[in-house]
Design a protein around this ligand. Sequence first.
Ligand SMILES: Cc1ncc(COP(=O)(O)O)c(C=O)c1O
Length: 236
Amino acid sequence: MPFGDLKAVRKAITEETAAILVEPIQGEGGIRVLPGETLRALRQLCDEHGLLLVLDEVQSGVGRTGRLFAHEWTGITPDIMAVAKGIGGGFPMGACLATEDAARGMTAGVHGTTFGGNPLAMAVGNAVLDILLDEGFLEGVARKGLLLKQGLAGIADTFPEIVDEIRGEGLMLGIRCRKPNALVQQALRDKKMLVAPAGENVLRLLPPLTVSEEEIQDALERVHTAFEGIATATGD
Ligand SMILES: Cc1ncc(COP(=O)(O)O)c(C=O)c1O
C-alpha cells in the first residue's frame, strides 16, 4: 500500500484479508515514521474487520527509539510483533511475539525452526534486556537521540544544498540528501564514519545505544567536516 494511505488500505481489505503488517518506522524504506494517528487508525481498522495487526519492529524495536518498542509512542498494542537485530546485541537472534489470543493457532511444534530457542542466543537476549531495562537507559537513548537530531538539524541549516530533511526517532535517524546519498555516504566514510543507505535518498544513522554524548559530538563534527568537503568540491 502507498505509505500512510489509510484510504487505500481500507479499500484493499477483502474477506480474504487476514492481517495488516507494518513497520512503525520504515528502516530500509528511508526512516519513514508512520504518524501515530495512522498507526492508531490501522489498529482500529483491524479491530473493526477482525484482522491481526502485525508490527515489524526488527529495526525500530528493542530501545532504538528511546522506548522498548517504537509502537509504545502511539499507545497501541499489536497482535503479533517481529523482533530481531537489537535484541541480540550483535548476536544472531530473532523473536516472534504474540498476544495469547493471536497465538491460539501457534501451539508447540507448529512453529518449528532449526536454531529456535538456542540457549546461548536466549542468554544473550536476556543480557541485552537487563542493560536496556536498567533504570534510566531508555531515557538516555531518547536524550542522546535528541542531541544527535538537533545537531544534525543545525548541520542541515548550514548545508541546505546537501540536506533536505532530518527525520526519525531516538537513535534511528535519517538524513534525506539532496545530493546522491552514495556520494554523501562516501564523504562520511572518508571521515571514518559508517552510515547505511536507504530508500528516498536517505542515509541512516544507527549508532549503538551505548554511544556516549562525546561520541555523538565527535560524529557531528565529522558530518560537518564531510559536508564542508562536499560543498567545496561541488561549488555549492
Ligand atoms: C524491518 C526489517 N524486518 C525484517 C528484516 C529481516 O530480518 P531477519 O534478517 O532477521 O530475517 C529486516 C532485515 O534487515 C528488517 O530491516
